[in-house]
Design a protein around this ligand. Structure first.
Ligand code: GLA
Length: 700
């Protein structure tokens, strides 16, 4: 069989040659037509002192055919069938998608490789299903999706992080060897976000060819980018299976998570634009098409100290500031006076709330706000009634001591009784109370993830998805936030069943600038929870003026996280001001195209959003300016044929320390043409470190 499959989207082509196995010849810019001589022109030479045949870098590379780098599939049948070699037996395709069936009759395995290229967004999804087609159990070690990169993709950008420090990036040269990330934490994790970029040397926000990847999975994963010694290179991602975790009986299948990928010839901006478009159209399910309400979350305001009267006072003041959804965080359920006890006992603590939760919720609703509640369903504290009754519901390994995390253990969601208990508790809360929103937390890693003695991260992750799916089916109007000690569970698969992410427990605006920037490559602003915290940040003890805090929070799904009762009148006025500003531009922020501008000064972060009619650009001075004068703001995405009304909508209120005379336009509305904005730009004031401004541009 020799065949060419050409998948096309609005701007991209993926050309796949199928010989014995499918191999991508091109993935990137659109090719109008396949040349008759394509096969001839892409035939590779065979080098000296190597195998005598050409080895394809196929959609599932095989050790058994001479691919000496990471194979796409690994496993064995009682020690045999460990190096399968496949032959394509059928191809089904149209212009945007293709499914290849491959078989190895000796090993008794069948692969189904699916590729879908979304026409509008140019995002390709890939996944593989393997079937054990013969007698005897097949112990699957790995099944990953591989996508090739061209040789001029010679630089990587990868992610790392930790609690309060999510979505940090680093650059790596990608000429020889490669990069590998293995996540065994049992959740998407802060440390190993399952995404990376490869691109031409020095690719930036605005420039260069870039290929972007994200694995949609909330459990363990493996992600790698390899350069073969012949120069060909590829990215590979899939679930990391623990020893013996996936054993397929005859006729059984295993399906890998989706790998999402896209290409851009306009730097990282082209990548985020495509991922955002894809996510908005295909992943996010908002129960009702209303604007995302501004939050007040009680955590940093009162922690475990719940007094209904006081909480109602907080709610009154929140409503006065313009808050639209009031969320009671941790501390509301029986025995939860600190972080060491009570997880699992999802009943209202009537010593704290003697009149029930209803009066508080009514008060919140009467003040025009929705009510939300925090839960952490997958967990159990050792000091809890649930643990005392069902110590065997803990996900673990019999006979071993298991370290706790935040003094808690993980529940085994594959235990049907446990699953039913959690469903019943959550269903009861959602039925009993008028709850519009759940903050669904998950605050520890899986250390001995055993179900009936067998490794169970895969099963646990699937069971979590099922719990969320069943709850959403029962309560379709309820929105859910995915929180995991901040941003420990942020990925496309969990986003199919949640509506918002808590990006980080760090409300330090300076830290948030980096976290939100990293997150913005994959996720649109409307799902990025961003809150104004108190002046002195609880996670860093650093102080920021309200300008920096307000500007940083207002470009995501905005909220405040503090006790308004204790704040000064002046601060409260400022919160109201930023909430109002957010609402004014919320439509634009939550539906427009996100972009970032490469700053001349590396101590600046410049980002914006535009919708063809208007644009909001934030300039944040992260640290001391690099030079005495800032470079002009060049608006690269301005429409050359249009004229714009340009004005500042937000600036530091305090006096500027580094500037004695400010550019006059700061207090005026200018009219500028698109080409002026693009090529000449507008001068900026000299911003003090850790301050920010916002410019609004409106097409005339
Ligand atoms: C985690 C979350 C916080 C807060 C606390 C409550 O740390 O990330 O936002 O909800 O739990 O215990």
């Amino acid at each position: 069989m020799q065949k060419i499959v050409h998948l096309k989207s609005k701007n991209h082509s993926m050309i796949i040659k199928v010989d014995r196995v499918p191999e991508i010849l091109h993935w990137g810019a659109k090719i109008a037509q396949i040349d008759p001589d394509l096969m001839l022109s892409t035939e590779r030479p065979i080098s000296q002192a190597r195998l005598d045949v050409d080895v394809p870098l196929s959609l599932c590379p095989e050790l058994g055919s001479g691919h000496f780098n990471a194979p796409g599939i690994e496993g064995h049948r009682n020690g045999e069938d460990w190096a399968p070699v496949f032959t394509t037996t059928s191809i089904e395709h149209d212009d945007n998608s293709a499914t290849f069936t491959l078989q190895d009759d000796i090993a008794g395995l069948e692969l189904l490789i699916e590729l879908q290229l979304d026409f509008n967004s140019d995002v390709v999804q890939k996944r593989i299903t393997v079937k054990n087609t013969t007698a005897g159990e097949y112990c699957l070690g790995k099944l990953s999706s591989t996508l090739p990169l061209p040789n001029h993709a010679n630089e990587l950008m990868t992610f790392h992080g930790r609690w309060c420090h999510e979505f940090q990036t680093q650059r790596l040269s990608f000429e020889h060897g490669g990069f590998m990330q293995e996540n065994r934490r049992g959740r998407t994790s802060h440390e190993n976000f399952p995404g990376l970029f490869a691109g031409t040397n020095g690719f930036s926000e605005q420039l260069g060819q870039v290929w972007g990847f994200h694995l949609g999975w909330s459990g363990n994963h493996q992600l790698r980018a390899d350069v073969r010694s012949d120069g060909r290179r590829f990215v590979q991602a899939g679930e990391l299976l623990l020893s013996g975790e996936k054993r397929l009986q005859s006729g059984e299948t295993y399906q890998s998570p989706w790998l999402y990928a896209t290409y851009s010839n306009s730097g990282l901006n082209g990548i985020s634009e495509r991922f955002h478009e894809f996510v908005r159209a295909n992943i996010i399910q908002f129960p009702n098409n209303k604007p995302r309400p501004v939050h007040l979350n009680t955590w940093e305001g009162i922690y475990f100290d719940h007094k209904p009267e006081y909480i109602m006072q907080m709610a009154t003041e929140a409503a006065e500031m313009g808050v639209e959804r009031f969320i009671i965080d941790d501390g509301w359920f029986i025995g939860r006076d600190g972080e060491r006890a009570a997880l699992g006992d999802w009943y209202l603590d009537e010593t704290k709330y003697p009149n029930g939760l209803e009066p508080v919720i009514e008060h919140v609703n009467n003040n025009g706000m929705e009510f939300g509640l925090w839960v952490e369903p997958e967990m159990v504290s050792q000091d809890s009634n649930l643990y005392r009754q069902h110590p065997d519901w803990v996900l673990g390994l019999q006979g071993y001591h298991q370290p706790s995390g935040r003094w808690q253990y993980v529940l085994d969601l594959q235990n049907q009784d446990c699953f039913n208990y959690l469903f019943e508790r959550l269903n009861d809360l959602l039925t009993r109370y008028n709850i519009g929103y759940l903050k669904w937390d998950m605050n520890r890693e899986l250390v001995q993830p055993g179900h009936q003695g067998k490794p169970a991260v895969h099963g646990q992750t699937k069971a979590l998805y099922r719990l969320l799916d069943e709850l959403q089916a029962a309560h379709p109007a309820v929105e859910i936030e995915s929180c995991s000690s901040g941003g420990g569970r942020i990925d496309f698969e969990i986003l199919k069943r949640t509506q918002r992410f808590w990006a980080s427990d760090c409300n330090d605006a300076l830290e948030r600038q980096a976290i939100q920037r990293g997150m913005s490559y994959f996720f649109p602003p409307e799902v990025m929870g961003a809150h104004i915290g108190p002046a002195e940040c609880h996670s860093t003890n650093r102080r920021h003026a309200i300008n920096m805090r307000g500007v940083t929070a207002l470009s995501g799904h905005m909220g405040v996280e503090l006790d308004p009762v204790k704040e000064s009148a002046e601060e409260k006025q400022a919160f109201a001001h930023y909430i109002q500003l957010h609402k004014q531009y919320r439509d634009l922020l939550h539906s427009g195209r996100t972009f970032r501008i490469d700053p001349a000064d590396q101590n600046q972060n410049i980002y914006g959003v535009e919708n063809g009619q208007e644009m909001l650009i934030t300039v944040c001075q992260l640290a001391m300016p690099n030079h005495a004068l800032p470079s002009p703001l060049r608006v690269s995405c301005a429409d050359e044929n249009a004229r714009y009304e340009v004005k500042i909508v937000e600036m530091p209120k305090t006096s500027f320390q580094l500037m004695k005379q400010r550019p006059q336009w700061l207090d005026k509305t200018m009219t500028l043409s698109g080409d002026n904005l693009k090529e000449i730009g507008v001068t900026l004031p000299i911003l003090d470190p850790e301050s920010a401004l916002i410019v609004h541009l409106k097409k005339m």
